[in-house]
Design a protein around this ligand. Structure first.
Ligand SMILES: Nc1ncnc2c1ncn2[C@@H]1O[C@H](COP(=O)(O)OP(=O)(O)O)[C@@H](O)[C@H]1O
Ligand SMILES: [Mg+2]
Length: 212
């Protein structure tokens, strides 16, 4: 039985698709069988996967499940049986599909940019995950290289009794540029800081019992 993780956050631009793609590549390279599911009508993760097939000539160890007209958690559960790890990229605005997927998934990963506005905007997603009794972790994304803001946001999150990953992602061009050609940053620039950050995060959230 594999693990299903939905990357959810009702705020657009938080880094959901970015996180889904880079983590999928990392975990595939560590030998996990990976499926990604794109339930965002904007289909940016699917476009990334198409670019990946162009670049590599195959899917590079990542299966994309198209789920048009998808309305139930059944597909999530089914994929969870077939793969070690299923990563679900979800749309903003907390729409119905996203809610259904949050209910069906084992865990929720929530990227947020380090600003009070983004944290407050994430409230509903946090409450949904809480209500459903989901194991969820916030991930700080696009951290500026200087300043105390990240620490302050981190303190705010933990004082609310919520879990935030120790690893965060900096604001780095490599996270965007590698996706252009369908790669993950651990493939495109494996020695760079961005790749180090993804590996550190991966170590923290890797499904238990499946050592790299
Ligand atoms: N850590 C990061 N460093 C630099 N750019 C980032 C980072 N995370 C996301 N981005 C950029 O921010 C924008 C929104 O990210 P995206 O993953 O599409 O968010 P979402 O899926 O939550 O809407 C994209 O242009 C993406 O390339
Ligand atoms: Mg997206």
């Amino acid at each position: 039985m594999g693990t299903t993780i939905i990357i959810a956050q009702q705020k657009g631009g938080a880094g959901k698709t970015t996180l889904a793609a880079h983590l999928a590549v990392l975990f595939a390279s560590q030998g996990l069988s990976i499926a990604i599911m794109d339930i965002d009508p904007q289909k940016s993760l699917s476009a990334w996967h198409a670019a990946r097939q162009q670049t590599l000539g195959d899917d590079g160890g990542i299966t994309l499940r198209q789920v048009s007209g998808w309305r139930s958690g059944a597909e999530v559960k089914r994929l969870g049986r077939d793969f070690d790890l299923v990563l679900i990229d979800s749309p903003p605005h907390g729409d119905t599909d996203a809610k259904v997927a949050v209910r069906a998934a084992d865990r929720v990963l929530m990227p947020i940019q380090p600003s009070p506005m983004d944290y407050w905007a994430a409230r509903q997603t946090i409450e949904l995950a809480n209500r459903e009794g989901k194991d969820f972790t916030l991930v700080l994304n696009r951290l500026p290289s200087r300043g105390r803001l990240a620490d302050q946001i981190r303190a705010m999150i933990t004082s609310d009794g919520l879990r935030v990953a120790d690893s965060s992602l900096g604001n780095r061009q490599a996270f965007a540029s590698s996706l252009l050609t369908g790669l993950g940053v651990t493939e495109a620039q494996p020695r760079g800081l961005a790749a180090q950050e993804i590996r550190a995060l991966g170590k923290e959230i890797r499904p238990e019992g499946r050592e790299a």
